[in-house]
Design a protein around this ligand. Sequence first.
Ligand code: MRU
Length: 344
Amino acid sequence: MIPKAIEWLEDRLRILDQTKLPQEQSFIDLTDYHDVVLAIEEMRVRGAPAIGVAAAYGIALGAQGIKSESKAEFFSQLDQILQAFSTSRPTAVNLFRAINRMKKIAAMSGSIPEIKEALVNEARRIHHEEIQATSHLSQLGAALIKDGFTILTHCNAGPLATAGYGTALGVIKAAKEQGRRVSVMATETRPLLQGARLTTWELKQENIPVTLITDSMAGYFMHRKKIDCVIVGADRIAANGDVANKIGTYTLAVLAKENHIPLYVAAPTTTIDFSLLSGNEVPIEERDSQEVTHIQRMPIAPEGVKAANPAFDVTPHNYVTTIITERGIIKEPYEKELAKIARR
Ligand code: MRU
């Protein structure tokens, strides 16, 4: 069984350290919200929905630690906590959605002890909703997977990334549970190898056959008709259906279109950002270049060489065959269809 990625233990937050997987299953107990911010920045907890859930619990934890009995002082310290989380990782919109919900619930509640309790309850609610949404969208999306399919996936969009059922991997798991034979090709996902380290680990535990490939092998297998569909998750979906996801997704989308292979994006509606007209407006996280010049801290490039490290890219909506959400499976015209599911 896959251990819980995130667990709230009343006075602390327990996370499975994803940087240590698959070699080591090690848990970290966080009692200070600064450490939760750091765990998100260092990607000990990662994946858009999981980042939102971890931040919500982290904010509740931070609020518990505020000692002041003055409400003005309490809100001023709470603002600092919210601010710290808002700069942790910029691309996944689930983070900002969670921060806004926590801010709103604090403003609506009464005394300081009541606010603290309301914040814990709201974090629990956010977590529960992600579990429900990812489980439901997976059941819906499974209908797209036919018996015998080989599915290409990128990065990691399973239980670890969602603190729930999974999105892209959730759809694959649900197809298997519904009795279809499926197999997966997982890209290693440089630079941080979420595919090699996490996706293959999760799939092995689900007894789903998986073949690990390097990112650059995807076109070879598509051209040889070894892939039936591509499924990925998303970090932010703009109102027009453009999808920000792990760097390399755009490359896979172009290759898929060229080879007439459908590209499915699986994401809860918490990943849709209706305030952005297109993917051009998505803030793309640029991470430390050492993640490129090194693999697992081992240098692989000449010392001092310049390296770029955008963590995400944007796939224009015309490359996306279908977006799978818990409120339904939608196709072009995305602007209209996404607006419709927002009203549902
Ligand atoms: O940088 P990461 O590992 O947080 O990136 C994760 C992804 O890009 C996932 O595909 C995305 O968050 C969807 S997870 C359900």
